[in-house]
Design a protein around this ligand. Structure first.
Ligand code: NAP
Length: 293
């Protein structure tokens, strides 16, 4: 029987509704959560992401500001902008959209954001808190979204063999830290694979929960999946498709058709992990406002 789909659109909507309730509750105390996104340059993909973040923030009843800076902005100017946002009491969450132009040291920018306003969860203080399992930091939105998908789909994570493919700082590593904690929705035995992993399929075939974030279209096929496994596909890749009006379509890092025949639960692309990232960004912003109030 083909796998059931995990509906990321519906679960993200649930979280956004919860966030909207939290926003109303804060409004009674005179607090409006504020998210400021800084976009440097005119990368078209970044502009699309920033627009949808702004729209979702507005819809949730939050205060949303986008600051657009030219592509030739110098590092000192961007640092000064971050300092101003750090000091602004109306700004609870700060997000500097990546990638940044090459004259800017992205690590220096991330380190300058106040950890208690770092709703992306990339500041080393938040990275450390996630690793040691402290709950008062911010977890990066995509891995936090994956964990929510598992929990809200009723997947048993305790004691599960969880294999993560990919070790990036924004997905794979924080995903590992989350699933490893002795906590609800975690407590798994975690294996992390990367491009130097000797026999990838030998690892993926052991997984009860397989989370793939490799940036390689359809890399994980059905034969690499254990029958009955839960498969979470984080990948978003554009592949050429002459039949599509845009000339391309989006596929994941998992070969959906063959994986669906083997897995018990699987996320589609699009409509799986993607919508969760913005929902978790909104939730992080509300939490920032609650903590800073
Ligand atoms: P990334 O920084 O390029 O990292 C990819 C990781 O996959 C690296 O650790 C790499 O190993 C590993 N890898 C690549 N080829 C591999 C192979 N053949 N076997 C095993 N491991 C391999 O990518 P990312 O930023 O983590 O993103 C991953 C995917 O998720 C992309 O498709 C991206 O578009 C998508 N994404 C989606 C969302 C969302 O909202 N849904 C958010 C973020 C990212 P090495 O470290 O050895 O190079």
């Amino acid at each position: 029987m083909p796998a059931e789909l995990i509906d990321g659109v519906a679960i993200a909507r649930q979280i956004r509704d919860e966030v909207a309730c939290d926003v109303q509750r804060l409004a009674q105390r005179g607090i409006v959560p504020g998210l400021t996104v800084v976009l440097v340059g005119d990368d078209p993909a970044s502009a699309v992401y920033v627009r949808s973040k702004g729209k979702a923030t507005d819809e949730a009843g939050m205060h949303s500001v986008t600051i657009r800076l030219p592509a030739d902005t110098m590092q000192a100017t961007l640092l000064a902008q971050v300092d101003a946002l750090n000091a602004d009491p109306l700004v609870h969450g700060i997000l500097v959209q990546m990638p940044l132009p090459k004259q800017i040291d992205a690590d220096a920018i991330v380190r300058r954001i106040r950890p208690d306003k770092d709703v992306d969860g990339f500041h080393p203080v938040n990275v450390g808190k996630n690793l040691i399992g402290e709950r008062d930091g911010f977890v990066p939105c995509t891995p936090a979204g994956v964990q929510e998908l598992l929990v809200r789909s009723g997947v048993e994570t305790r004691g599960a063999e969880c294999v993560v493919v990919g070790r990036s700082n924004i997905v794979g590593k924080p995903m590992m830290a989350l699933m490893l904690q002795n906590a609800a929705g975690a407590n798994a035995t975690v294996t992390v694979c990367h491009s130097a992993t000797r026999d990838l399929a030998a690892h993926t075939r052991r997984a009860d929960i397989l989370i793939v974030a490799a940036g390689r279209p359809r890399m994980v096929t059905g034969e690499m999946i254990r029958p009955g496994a839960v498969v979470i596909d984080v990948g978003i890749n554009r592949v050429a498709d002459a039949s599509a009006r845009s000339g391309y379509r989006l596929v994941g890092d998992v070969d959906f058709e063959s994986a669906r025949e083997v897995a018990s639960l699987i996320t589609p692309v699009p409509g799986g992990v993607g919508p969760m990232t913005i929902a978790l960004l909104l939730r992080n912003t509300v939490r920032a406002a609650e903590r800073l109030a």
